[in-house]
Design a protein around this ligand. Structure first.
Ligand code: DAH
Length: 386
């Protein structure tokens, strides 16, 4: 009898956590302990120890392991004890058999109750979205649009040359966009094909140059300003034309400003964005608001200005500049005396230069972007490359 009781306790692992079985099935547990004590204090003790480790299991797997150790069909300590009943003296067999069956019932009941509790706890923690074993999620971090980056870089550069930023409206009057910039009344840029008119003599600005007029009307010389912003033209949209794009104009007005100052400024600018070695040329071009007007070209990055390349297919026309050797970077010139007069400056007192560039063109040249529409499509596969 004594050895048999020890065997009932032998399967218990001292490392198993213990809990309170009365918290699982209060009435059933209390009654069973009283009943078992009536039969044999040893049986009652065996039941209580096993009941405690069933109640203390914190996972389904731990609970099943304990259940197998107690009640498993082959090696469960209570199963083995029941199998040995026939070897017992008849007088002990009754009390022992009834006690073992009661323990079996009690432990099965605790097992079911504890399984349910653990399952519900597991469901609740998944439902609340908390699975501490999942790998962490990387937070999504946004970035500046590629044109925003280029604009920041250029404004930074001009800031270093002493220029401040002046912003002016995208909805402009005809007078600021054209008339005060010395556009003749019949200039083709005023035509409905080029300009979005919104009625009432108002339009969406076709360039950032109207900013100079506003700045000069507001401020006294000397001025050193840059004018960044979005501009609009009623263009037929294709790979290199959009009906909206971005420009930065620059304006320097003081006494004795010369074409040499303009040239030095533009070369500093070109070398800074395209590299120290870049070859440039300044050629005459007409713009109504400057005289003389000019265009700054940079040597083609592929053929270095030759217009021809020698590749695998032999000698031929450069595919990037189509043989021109040069690509246009910006427009520039000395501010026209009529513009100074329009804003109330005296052209005998002050001189100045101006320049204007398109940001999309600069970004396309720098990164080899073949299609201007990509800038507005907001496709992350494109934007994330910059
Ligand atoms: N506003 C001109 C355009 O959009 C570009 C330009 C040319 C700006 C010459 C200037 C300049 O400041 O001096 O085509």
């Amino acid at each position: 009898m004594k050895t048999a009781t020890n065997e009932l306790l032998r399967g218990l692992d001292p490392a198993w956590e213990r809990g309170d079985p009365a918290a699982l099935l209060p009435a059933d547990h209390a009654e069973r302990v009283v009943e078992l004590k009536g039969r044999s204090p040893k049986l009652a003790e065996a039941y209580e120890r096993w009941a405690e480790v069933f109640a203390g299991a914190t996972t389904g797997a731990a609970l099943r392991e304990r259940h197998t150790a107690a009640l498993g069909r082959e090696r469960g300590v209570f199963t083995l004890a029941l199998a040995k009943l026939p070897e017992m003296p008849l007088n002990e067999r009754r009390a022992w058999g009834a006690g073992l069956n009661s323990i079996k019932l009690g432990l099965e009941g605790l097992y079911k109750r504890r399984s349910l509790d653990l399952e519900q706890a597991a469901e609740a923690s998944t439902a609340s979205g908390l699975d501490v074993t999942l790998p962490g999620r990387k937070p999504w971090v946004g970035r500046r649009h590629v044109l925003g980056q280029i604009q920041d870089e250029l404004l930074d550069l001009f800031h270093g040359l002493g220029y401040s930023v002046y912003t002016s409206p995208e909805v402009e009057s005809e007078s600021y966009n054209f008339t005060k910039l010395n556009f003749p009344p019949d200039h083709p840029a005023r035509d409905a094909h080029d300009t979005y008119w919104i009625g009432d003599g108002r339009l969406l600005r076709t360039h950032t140059s109207p900013g100079w007029v506003r700045a000069m009307e507001e401020l006294k010389p000397p001025l050193r300003l840059v004018f960044p912003g979005r501009v609009y033209r009623a263009e037929q949209v294709d790979a290199s034309h959009m009906d909206q794009f971005h420009q930065i104009d620059g304006l320097f007005v003081s006494r004795n400003v010369s074409m040499a100052d303009l040239k030095a400024t533009l070369n500093t600018f070109a070398r800074s964005i395209l590299g120290r070695e870049v070859k440039t040329r300044l050629i005459p071009v007409y713009f109504p608001f400057v005289e003389p007007g000019a265009q700054l070209d940079v040597a083609c990055a592929i053929c270095g200005g030759a217009g021809r390349v020698t590749g695998a297919a032999g000698e031929g026309r450069c595919p990037v500049c189509a043989g021109a050797g040069w690509s246009e970077l910006l427009g520039a010139g000395m501010v026209h005396p009529n513009v100074f007069k329009a804003v109330g400056y005296d052209p005998e007192e002050v001189t100045g230069f101006a320049f204007g560039m398109g940001l999309e063109r600069i970004a396309m040249a720098r990164y080899g972007i073949p299609e201007i529409r990509l800038f507005l499509e907001n496709d992350l596969r494109f934007l994330n490359q910059f």
